[in-house]
Design a protein around this ligand. Structure first.
Ligand code: GDP
Length: 336
């Protein structure tokens, strides 16, 4: 075989491994997790050709998406999220459902290493054939991670996953991002730390549809029961939700497998309620519109900065030298 023939062989080998849009879509619709994972990797890639391919795949999967219960789960590090998701997730699949677990990790954005991804998490659920777990997409800003996660949800739903859990760490902006892509929001809290009501930002608490007190076992049971009563009383003073849902409280021990069914029953009841009163459909429409506008803003911003890169550098210097105010400097960019 001469060099030319060897090169040709190489190209053939590479081509063989390359999937077409149709290959991806068929694989996803047939619930082939290997293909699904590869397609998700394309979404996460920054290469323009991968982006292009992933957009075509997403578009073709879109008609098959939208049919899952999208559930957000948040809580501070150590509250017991991964242990809860493991037990809750295994319970959900035992009902014959197909579960997908995704994560939005704000720490990965800041290059600090990941809060969610560092440990070996959810080992049992990882081996559950009815579950698909994918760590948080890394790189880029929170907006970028949010876009990727929304696109990943579409592919997972097209692959037949009917329950999607999106986990995030309760430390800042990421809850708002998650709540803009889920139907239902769960806040995990620890009872008995004495500062339940202060420890978590009120805004996050107001987003919660169910508050789950974790680790309700051993010495913690009594504290958890007390916290449940306190919260059930306090939640009445919260502003009414557009969904007309009054938030509920459960106490759970993921380690001892207690309170899990109770928590799932609230999820079911919630979805029945919001489908009956149509909030489910309206909320999804609003989320889609919001996603569109966020994309427009993101694109405008990146195009504008790319186009005016040098001019902005000059203006920065002028502003530092106090030759011009930042306000006027910014305005000069829009003058023509
Ligand atoms: P995450 O950081 O929120 O994901 O929290 P983890 O799930 O990693 O749990 C943090 C710690 O709490 C671990 O040591 C767990 O074993 C422990 N933990 C989690 N759930 C329970 C529970 O139901 N009962 C008890 N006693 N400990 C738990």
């Amino acid at each position: 075989m001469n060099q030319k023939e060897r090169n040709l062989e190489k190209v053939k080998r590479i081509r063989k491994k390359t999937y077409s849009v149709e290959d991806y879509v068929t694989g996803i619709l047939n619930n082939n997790n290997v293909i699904l994972s590869k397609a998700i990797t394309l979404i996460e890639s920054t290469l323009p050709e991968h982006q292009n391919l992933s957009q075509q795949i997403i578009e073709k999967c879109l008609p098959y998406a939208g049919n899952s219960m999208r559930i957000g789960i948040t809580g501070i590090p150590g509250v017991g999220k991964s242990t809860f998701i493991e037990t809750f997730g295994n319970y959900i699949t035992s009902l014959g459902k197909k579960l997908c677990v995704l994560a939005i990790d704000p720490s990965s954005e800041q290059g600090k290493g990941s809060i969610l991804g560092d440990k070996t998490r959810m080992e049992e659920l990882s081996n559950n054939t009815s579950a698909f777990i994918r760590p948080s997409p890394t790189g880029g800003n929170l907006g970028g991670v949010a876009r990727k996660t929304r696109e990943i949800i579409i592919l997972c739903e097209a692959a037949g996953y009917d329950t999607v859990l999106i986990e995030t760490v309760g430390v800042g902006q990421s809850e708002t991002v998650v709540s803009s892509m889920v139907d239902y929001f769960m806040l995990l809290m620890l009872a008995g730390t004495g500062d339940e009501l202060q420890g978590i930002k009120r805004g996050i608490m107001e987003m919660a549809d169910t508050i789950v007190f974790t680790k309700a076992d051993g010495n913690n049971i009594l504290r958890a029961k007390l916290a449940k009563t306190q919260f059930e009383n306090a939640l009445h003073y919260f502003p009414p939700k557009k969904s007309e849902w009054t938030p509920t409280v459960t106490i759970v021990s993921a380690l001892e497998n207690r309170g899990i069914e109770d928590t799932w029953n609230w999820v079911k009841k919630y979805f029945d309620t919001i489908k009956n009163n149509k909030y489910y459909f309206q909320n999804r429409k609003n989320q889609t519109i919001k996603w569109l506008h966020e994309t427009i803003i993101e694109k405008l911003k990146s195009d504008f900065y790319t186009k005016n890169k040098h001019k902005i550098k000059e203006l920065e210097q002028k502003a530092i030298n106090e030759e011009i105010t930042p306000y006027i400097a910014a305005n000069t960019l829009f003058d023509n």
